[in-house]
Design a protein around this ligand. Sequence first.
Ligand SMILES: NC(=O)c1ccc[n+]([C@@H]2O[C@H](COP(=O)([O-])OP(=O)(O)OC[C@H]3O[C@@H](n4cnc5c(N)ncnc54)[C@H](OP(=O)(O)O)[C@@H]3O)[C@@H](O)[C@H]2O)c1
Length: 290
Amino acid sequence: MILDYEQYSVKLIWGEKMTYKTLGNAEERIPAIGLGTWTIGGTETPDYSRDMEMVDIIAAAIEMGYTLIDTAEYYAAGHTEELIGEAIKPIDRSKLFITSKVWPDNLSRKRLHQALKRTLKRLGTDYLDLYLIHWPNEQIPLAESLGAMSESVDAGYVKYIGVSNFDLPLLEKAVAISKHPIVCNQVLYNVEDRQPRRSLLPFCLRNDVTLVAYSPVRRNIVSDRARRVLSSVAKTHGCSIYQVMLAWLIAQENVVTIPKSTDLGHLKDNLASADISLSGAELYQIDSSL
Ligand SMILES: NC(=O)c1ccc[n+]([C@@H]2O[C@H](COP(=O)([O-])OP(=O)(O)OC[C@H]3O[C@@H](n4cnc5c(N)ncnc54)[C@H](OP(=O)(O)O)[C@@H]3O)[C@@H](O)[C@H]2O)c1
């Protein structure tokens, strides 16, 4: 893809506290920065030891302005969804945009419907805004899984459907066969992991598929080289390198991101990244030197 750095400023819609982008080809606007929740409440298994603290942090994040929450049935074996459910109890559901993901073991029609029911119960909601296939599963026909996802839309349990960790051929197939539009592909994308740039992002741009970037601050593992480049840009803006990493992502058309944090300061900084406007020269500097 040839990037035109002068045209690199995106059509953003500014909300009160957040920058929004259009979701896929839908009429929906979603925040450019949402809340990731992997490791909140455990990893592969639940960790109940900090439940109250985690519920308070999720609630504080929402209060701060995070309205898009990304989770999955896999996270802490469902416990992350339970903690989110607890945190959102007092909140007007219509103000939130909740994404969850179905694990590859549950991609048959029957199991997907059962998995979705459990997810809704844990979250204490009667619908998801967005439901994603977490990872592909070659053992189960994609048409069957997407068929079940579309049935969930038709039944009103899900507003939009999408995929995650789909490579280009698989995404092309999903887009071609899905009854309801595939509005997003959630993939690993950050300043150092830029594989989606080659062909996935251009396809997404052409086909109105939002690219949701996960691990946007690289789980805090940033190479010395990247640190040097990002620090010089950060200095100009009086912000952290992590904020530059997020600003770099959302400066790109069709890209939104979902950093995870349970640190109130980091949460605030991450949200504020939406206000950092990197110049074409800065974007070029990052792109060309990393
Ligand atoms: N679809 C998939 O297969 C998939 C895979 C991975 C992730 N995801 C989703 O994407 C979300 C984000 O990805 P991720 O959790 O892998 O990685 P990430 O958001 O890049 O990194 C999270 C880590 O970075 C730290 N951090 C966050 N903001 C920071 C800041 N401003 N300054 C310093 N450190 C900061 C956090 O620590 P503190 O908590 O201390 O701030 C945490 O340790 C996940 O939580 C999950 O919802 C999806």
